[in-house]
Write a protein that binds this ligand. Structure first.
Ligand code: HEC
Ligand code: HEC
Ligand code: HEC
Ligand code: HEC
Ligand code: HEC
Length: 183
């Protein structure tokens, strides 16, 4: 009787350090890792830039503004001079354009709020994807219709791996060992 009680107590106490070790591990892993930005993320931007007018009405190509998407890991954001080439004249009386012009005269870049963001420990080369023929819309949704950009995919590991293993439509293939995406 006595020894069984002792055994039970020992088992309970043995579980305590294990629990603390697990909690500490979980905390350090999550502090180290962070996670991708979430699907549906759609912050109000400091200037309400409308993709539909520029892409659909004015027929501007995505690469006109995100000029490095096909040659660099990072797609790039347009310089103020790209905008002001048109907006010193186009819509100059409109409040959002006056906000834009305010940044320009103060020689400040517009502080765009980043929407899509992977954690630092994930490698993501845009040019490899664009070069392989994966469309911007496959990963970003129909940005050309979005009055305000909204993240359409999870950017989770499962999402990346399912395409790399040929399960997307249309199907693609790419390496999927851990070191493909992790440093
Ligand atoms: C095709 C790219 C890709 C491959 C291959 C890949 N990962 Fe990941 N991994 C990611 C992305 C993206 C995230 C961030 C996911 C998130 O935040 O939702 C991630 C997150 C992680 C995390 C952190 C999870 C968390 O919840 O914080 C670990 C651990 C991990 N991966 C391990 C692995 C291991 C082990 C392998 C190999 C078996 C692997 N990964 C292969 C893309 C990849
Ligand atoms: C006239 C320039 C211009 C064109 C053309 C343009 N964009 Fe943008 N794009 C911007 C600006 C400015 C922002 C930042 C403000 C915002 O989020 O709306 C942005 C933001 C984005 C974002 C969100 C970035 C983040 O922080 O995650 C994506 C994705 C994007 N654009 C994709 C596209 C795609 C796809 C196309 C073509 C269909 C395109 N853009 C065409 C200027 C442009
Ligand atoms: C090729 C010329 C051109 C370029 C380059 C351009 N735009 Fe525009 N943009 C326009 C035109 C034309 C309109 C419609 C103006 C109107 O309705 O009076 C417009 C509309 C807008 C509007 C909506 C104004 C409103 O409230 O109705 C914003 C905001 C805007 N642009 C910001 C930008 C930003 C930021 C950039 C640079 C990333 C940019 N534009 C680049 C031509 C351009
Ligand atoms: C295979 C999926 C995929 C494709 C294809 C893709 N993107 Fe992305 N894009 C992402 C991911 C994932 C991020 C976040 C990257 C990070 O945080 O390192 C991102 C980030 C961005 C950003 C924000 C970058 C910044 O520095 O603020 C812009 C803008 C963007 N993409 C535009 C484009 C455009 C334009 C195209 C097409 C020419 C394109 N993307 C094609 C997945 C993709
Ligand atoms: C819709 C399909 C698709 C999605 C989604 C996708 N990828 Fe890819 N990925 C590709 C293709 C296609 C290639 C190019 C393969 C080639 O050039 O052989 C590629 C290449 C890569 C490479 C370079 C691999 C190498 O061989 O060096 C990395 C790194 C990568 N992807 C990471 C990611 C991460 C991280 C995500 C998720 C955030 C992601 N990919 C989501 C299709 C995709």
């Amino acid at each position: 009787m006595h020894s069984r009680l002792l055994m039970k107590l020992r088992r309970q106490w043995a579980a305590v350090p294990a629990f603390f070790a697990l909690a500490a591990l979980a905390a350090s892993v999550s502090a180290y890792s962070g996670a991708s930005s979430r699907a549906g993320n759609s912050p109000v931007q400091p200037v309400r830039f409308p993709h539909p007018i520029h892409v659909q009405t004015l027929k501007m190509n995505c690469l006109y503004c995100h000029f490095a998407a096909n040659k660099s890991p990072d797609p790039g954001m347009p310089a103020m001079s790209t905008c002001m080439g048109c907006h010193t004249v186009a819509g100059a009386a409109k409040p959002e354009i006056q906000k834009l012009a305010g940044y320009w005269t103060r020689q400040q870049p517009v502080p765009w709020i980043r929407i899509h963001k992977l954690p630092e420990y994930v490698k993501f080369p845009h040019m490899r994807h664009v070069g392989a023929g994966v469309s911007c819309q496959t990963c970003h949704g129909n940005v050309q219709n979005m009055a305000q950009v909204s993240q359409s995919q999870t950017l989770g590991m499962g999402w990346c791996v399912s395409c790399h293993t040929g399960q997307s439509n249309p199907p693609f293939r790419a390496r999927y060992d851990c070191s493909t995406c992790h440093h």
